[in-house]
Design a protein. Sequence first.
Length: 474
Amino acid sequence: NEGGACVVNFEELMINWKNGHLKVDEATLSEIESFAKDYMRFMTVAKTERETVTQAIKEAREKGFRNLEELEGPWTAGEKVYFENRKKSVVFAVLGEKPATEGVNIVVAHVDAPRLDLKPRPLKEDEQIAILETHYYGGIKNFHWVSTPLALHGVVVKTDGTVVEISVGDKDEDPVLIIPDILPHLGRKVQMSKTMDEAIPGESLDVVVGSVPLNDEEKEPVKKFILKLLNDNYGITEADLLSAELEVVPALKPREVGLDRALIGAYAQDDRVCGYTALRALLDLTEVPEKTAVVILADKEEVGSMGNTGMRSAFIDNFLSKLIALSKPSFSPLDLYEAWNRTKVLSADVTAAVDPIWKSVHEMQNAARMHYGPVLTKYTGSRGKGGANDAHAEFLAQVRDAFDKEGVIWQMAELGKVDEGGGGTVALFMADRGADVVDIGVALWGMHSLFEVSSKLDVYYAYKADQAFFKHLK
């Protein structure tokens, strides 16, 4: 002021996060609605990890991506490639101006989701009802799965190598499957007086698949009728189910939620919402990035990222080695190490949004909220940060700067109160390779339920955040 004293606007010194709908204009709202429709379309056909990978490759090829194995010649900036791994995980990349030895920018998400897998010998008959026995996959609440319409998706592989695809329950004309619940009139002792874990044990999650007996058959006539239907419709036998991957998923379509239609309800938004937004960010790149932009859609996160399609496996190193070889045909293991050490990663996985009904599990100053944008999470893990990556402050500052430069609406939060529980992501497996990693994702209600809920605005700005990351991280 005139007296020479410093005048401080203290509002400018404070974090001013607020509902994103108070920040966006009509043109942006229109973009949000358009993006949400595309996302819901994708989720309608991507009910399993195999279907997600297949659909992602289809859309990438339409945008000019080629199989890395078919690529000939040296490194060419702007080249679009993908690398499929056993039909259950896939990597996409747009080659940058700098070679892969200078590091790459990666957004990694997982595309597996909690579900019910059929057991190796699933089909049996009990009380003249044919049922399929299941083994649940990932962290579920068993009671979600009873008395709700279910679908069956997956593949059966015959001994001659023939792959039979099965998808039943999602078309309007399809029948659905069901796991019956017990009526409250008879459930007091066997269910209502027990804990939630005890009331519906995992072994009781048996799916009703048929009830009509085959004529003139005395032993297991209903099971035999179902086997006849499977053979008539798909050409498979009971023995073929020994080499099958069949998943029971909700027979539910994505829907808009709320009278204002601002939310999206769908199965498996954990974590296909982050997978789709990352993929779209890469497909929609209009300029050649300085550093190679990479999207990984991985399998097995819900069970610890094990196996050769999960993020602990070597297929990621294999892919990066192939990229290095395009620009440096003869390289040593040190080149791969240096590439990882110069790599930046967004570990894109969902987190929990404050639900007004269950506020008690959140510490409200550090809780994620609907419509506040995607959530940066410095660390995940449980209790004393067990199993966390814990991003470095220097890297967090770079990510913040990239988001702010592109006008991304975003927030920062933890996954619930200290000692309340917790969760993990693939971030630590990327950090183990030497990369700088931070978690980011869309906040959901009802995570791991059959109908998870997200914000259209948050989904859109997750896409914009990934674009900013590809553009600005050096």
